[in-house]
Design a protein around this ligand. Structure first.
Ligand SMILES: C[S@@+](CC[C@H](N)C(=O)[O-])C[C@H]1O[C@@H](n2cnc3c(N)ncnc32)[C@H](O)[C@@H]1O
Length: 239
């Protein structure tokens, strides 16, 4: 798996969509990089996902029709795998969480982040036991709470929310997925910040194994990842 040789493809805009694609596109500054995420046979079509694959089949399909005017009939759309799990829990609860998460606009100040965090904390405590972390709206809220805590420099609480996202990320972004690599890296950094060096190293190694495929070893994010990994190893040698 490697750089797909974009030279063969005159333009990335020629790539068709699959909800289970064999390639991903990642940014490097203003550059777009195309990487294969599984073995591709000669003559096989290269595909990317045009939409966030986390959302259930019906929503992905609606978005593809609305934005790209076609109906997807990939295998994932046909078997609707994981849809039930993605919407597990009480419907009234996840609909409230979905609305709340969709309302969040990127906060511009600490006060706004505090407000976002308080909203997430209230929702999580009122729906405790009614929504599993595998529900995608609960998952989005955990991500949102993690972002808020990072912006408010509440590292321990950020790690609490981030750790809870890892298992759902593993289920919903299997194989090599850039979002899972970045999430593992974020959680690994938080573990490092809390002095949890062996755990951080393990998480960062998982991030590395995915990122070398999705981003490539020369990517700037990979260099940042290697630096933290090395710092972590140094701290472990000192202990
Ligand atoms: C960015 S273009 C992709 C290249 C396009 N197929 C071409 O030959 O120029 C996006 C358009 O390709 C078509 N397309 C992409 N993926 C598709 C898929 N999985 N099934 C059907 N049509 C698709 C849709 O018409 C969509 O609006």
């Amino acid at each position: 798996m490697q750089d797909v040789g974009v030279g063969l493809y005159p333009s990335m805009s020629l790539l068709n969509h699959s909800c289970d694609p064999n390639c991903v596109i990642v940014f490097e500054g203003y550059q777009l990089l195309l990487h294969s995420v599984r073995e591709i046979h000669i003559g096989e079509e290269l595909t990317i996902s045009y939409v966030e694959t986390l959302v259930p089949t019906r929503e992905r399909q609606k978005q593809l029709v609305r934005q790209y005017c076609f109906e997807c009939d990939c295998l994932l759309c046909q078997n609707q795998e994981k849809d039930a799990e993605k919407l597990a829990g009480e419907e009234l609860a996840w609909k409230e969480v979905k609305d709340a998460v969709n309302e969040v606009r990127y906060p511009k100040s600490k006060e706004e982040w505090k407000h976002v965090l308080a909203r997430c904390q209230n929702l999580m405590s009122s729906h405790e036991g009614h929504l599993p972390d595998t529900n995608i709206y609960q998952l989005k809220m955990l991500d949102c709470a993690m972002d808020a805590c990072i912006n408010l420099e509440s590292w321990e609480e950020a790690l609490h929310y981030g750790s809870r996202t890892l298992e759902p990320y593993r289920r919903y972004y299997p194989g090599f997925h850039p979002l899972r690599a970045v999430q593992l890296m974020r959680v690994g950094k938080l573990q490092y910040s809390q002095g949890m060096f062996p755990q951080a190293l393990e998480t960062l190694k998982q991030a590395y194994n995915i990122m070398k495929v999705t981003h490539g070893t020369d990517h700037s994010q990979m260099k940042v990842l290697m630096e933290i990994k090395e710092e972590c190893e140094a701290m472990m040698r000192l202990q």
